[in-house]
Design a protein. Structure first.
Length: 332
């Protein structure tokens, strides 16, 4: 970190310094290298520091609450900093909500229509106690969908959705993964929804698997795809024309899903990714005896059933996909 908040007595990175500058009543920022530091400020920094601030402002962070990393989207980082220092949500005097009550929420979100391809205001209802999430349309008397918390997942997808508060909600229905793309105008509201979903998921996992240690449980509350992007694929006979598809790799479910468009509700298909000792392998190049017109980097995914051939945009994308697929193949 090359920046510091001399009002809070903490050292911060460049990205977080921009957020802190928007909180002048709470935080004041200086560069460690470029700004002049008065002696009293230096003494203040010596007497405080990040561990001291963490002990105060992160004293009671719920286990289900998502703590963002430097690579996470702006809305997550911004709301984490505001929750800590502006709203002081995690100081000792605050009472921690139990996951069941924290995982209950009701309100409106803007949801992308499955057919109309524009966002419509929909009412959502989440209940950890009932173990479901529902949403309603104006036309329907009952819920449009009743989603089991068992298969519920949420991840921020800012670039894909095209909104700074874009959230992708996924769940299983009839053996398929269903995608919902939503946002809210309020940054706090969408992050609160995300953490409410995490609270509901944590309550479900803790209740269902009481003997699983917390370090194993926490990563399973919600997850991001380890890799997404365009590749081209051909059919099982490997004689059909290559078609551009949007791929999502879910390491927890060990699935490689592919869609016609990134914002499709359902996948066109999916490939299960097993372990190497089960006959799964990924390698650069074409299978033996296979010929392709396009002179682009190729990936061959070997499964016990068939060999899948994918064409990548460039060498960098090829390496990224090979590394991501190998990561799933080698995990236990």
């Amino acid at each position: 970190p090359e920046w510091a908040s001399y009002k809070l007595g903490i050292f911060i990175c460049l990205n977080c310094s921009g957020i802190h500058r928007n909180l002048p009543e709470i935080s004041r920022v200086k560069s460690l290298r470029l700004d002049y530091w008065e002696n009293d400020l230096i003494e203040f920094m010596k007497n405080h520091g990040n561990l001291c601030a963490k002990a105060k402002y992160e004293a009671k962070v719920p286990l289900y609450y998502y703590i963002p990393q430097s690579h996470d989207c702006l809305v997550l980082r911004d709301q984490w900093i505001r929750a800590k220092y502006e709203r002081e949500e995690f100081v000792v005097t605050q009472v921690c909500q139990d996951p069941c009550s924290a995982g209950s929420r009701e309100g409106f979100l803007w949801k992308l229509g499955r057919a109309h391809k524009h966002f419509q205001k929909r009412q959502f209802f989440l209940s950890a106690k009932e173990g479901v999430m529902k949403y309603y349309t104006k036309e329907s008397r009952g819920p449009k969908a009743v989603i089991s918390i068992e298969s519920l997942n949420a991840m921020f997808q800012v670039e894909k959705i095209g909104h700074a508060h874009g959230l992708q909600i996924t769940y299983s229905t009839d053996g398929q993964t269903r995608n919902l793309f939503v946002y809210h105008e309020s940054a706090k509201e969408i992050v609160d929804w995300f953490n409410a979903i995490r609270a509901a998921r944590y309550h479900y996992l803790r209740t269902t698997f009481p003997n699983v240690p917390e370090p194993e449980l926490i990563p399973r509350i919600t997850r991001n795809y380890v890799k997404e992007g365009y590749m081209e694929k051909t059919g099982p006979k490997q004689k059909e024309a290559f078609k551009v598809r949007w791929f999502c790799l879910d390491s927890q479910e060990r699935n490689l899903m592919y869609f016609k468009n990134p914002l499709d509700a359902f996948a066109l298909g999916q490939v299960f990714i097993g372990r190497r000792d089960e006959g799964y392998e990924v390698r650069a190049g074409l299978p033996q005896g296979f010929w392709a017109k396009k002179r682009k980097p190729v990936i061959t995914l070997v499964t016990p059933v068939r060999e899948f051939v994918f064409i990548c945009e460039n060498d960098r994308k090829q390496k990224e996909w090979i590394d991501a697929l190998n990561g799933v193949i080698t995990q236990l």
